[in-house]
Design a protein. Structure first.
Length: 356
């Protein structure tokens, strides 16, 4: 009987779960939650009982831990304090920070909470891996240009490091041996300089940096931002506009790249211009991180949901082809990355770290 790891990944309106062996996915499912039911809770973690109950009902139909050689449960890691990348044992300090939403009010906080409860029930260890606040910035990366405002290291660290690990293995190396420029391009965008597996510089794609995304504004001219902040709009509406009503959504009324490309094919000149600007901005950010590594990198790795678009990849390569090897790993890859991280930790290939 092969060893398996159970993976749990809460999103804004759904909770994904899966069972993984060392060779890949055995089971991947998703439980959709009623949006109106979720809205009644002030904190994301107040949804715990609702989500746990819904997930357990689904799990009981698809998975029996007594018929599997279950060795661990790995949950998605939500925002924590800045920390090194890697695999962390879920402990009481971590659970306390997540339950209180100390660092962010986000559904991913429940990844550790659900994982810990399942692991206790099934008598196996529980972990998280590479949360979004993995931070190995160079000191110079923290300087913003304005005293009192520091640049933050927040990124799609889980998929970034897993993608780089896969590429390193494909060329007979380990993650610590090589440098990469990694571009996670999806609903959010993280483009980073990865030095020996450590995120040394990355745009903070949540608000205010990098290219615009399907829904997010990216970096903006400051005079326009100042004017908007002194308009009649309240702060929460401005933040909402920047984070979900910008990018493709703001310009074209859709956040779906396929629909944008269809608009272009139908002769929509605005769609064509906005799309070309998107490719242009992504390419510039990749070039910036290539410069941050002084050209010392193995390859540029393109990942995330938008990497499925052959049209986008070909257009992007027209700008960045001169940088050398371009390797494409389509998809978010979070579930697989969590399973892989669990096996790496249990085998001793990577250390199991303690959150404190």
């Amino acid at each position: 009987m092969q060893d398996v790891i159970f993976v749990i990944n809460p999103g804004s309106t759904s909770t994904k779960y899966g069972v993984f062996s060392e060779t890949g996915a055995i089971l991947e499912e998703s439980v959709d939650h009623d949006v109106d039911s979720l809205k009644q809770f002030e904190k994301a973690t107040d949804q715990f009982d609702l989500r746990y109950t819904a997930v357990m009902k689904a799990v009981e139909r698809h998975f029996d831990p007594e018929k599997q050689c279950l060795v661990a449960v790995v949950g998605r890691g939500g925002p924590l304090k800045p920390l090194d990348g890697g695999v962390y044992r879920i402990n009481e300090k971590m659970l306390s920070d997540y339950k209180s939403c100390r660092f962010a009010n986000h559904a991913s906080n429940m990844g550790s909470m659900i994982a810990a409860k399942l692991a206790a029930q099934w008598s196996v260890p529980s972990f998280i891996a590479d949360p979004v606040t993995v931070d190995n910035f160079w000191d110079v990366s923290r300087i913003s240009g304005f005293p009192g405002i520091k640049r933050k290291c927040r990124s799609h660290a889980l998929n970034i490091r897993a993608t780089a690990r896969r590429h390193a293995e494909s060329i007979g190396k380990t993650l610590v041996d090589v440098n990469y420029v990694v571009a996670h391009i999806g609903g959010g965008i993280s483009i980073c300089a990865l030095e020996g597996g450590e995120i040394r510089d990355v745009n903070d794609g949540l608000l205010g940096e990098g290219p615009f995304s399907p829904q997010r504004a990216g970096v903006l001219p400051l005079n326009g931002v100042i004017d908007l902040c002194f308009s009649a709009k309240p702060k929460n509406e401005i933040e909402r506009d920047f984070s979900i009503n910008s990018g493709f959504q703001g310009y074209l009324g859709t956040s779906n790249l396929r629909e944008v490309i269809e608009k272009m094919k139908d002769g929509d000149k605005e769609a064509d211009l906005v799309y070309r600007a998107f490719v242009f901005q992504v390419a510039k950010e990749i070039g910036r991180e290539a410069a941050a590594l002084k050209g010392n990198f193995e390859a540029v790795l393109i990942t995330g949901g938008i990497a499925y678009s052959d049209v986008f990849i070909e257009d992007l390569k027209e700008y960045i082809g001169f940088l050398g090897t371009i390797a494409v790993f389509p998809g978010e890859g979070e579930m697989q990355a969590l399973g892989e991280a669990g096996f790496l930790a249990l085998s001793g290939t990577v250390p199991i770290k303690e959150y404190s």
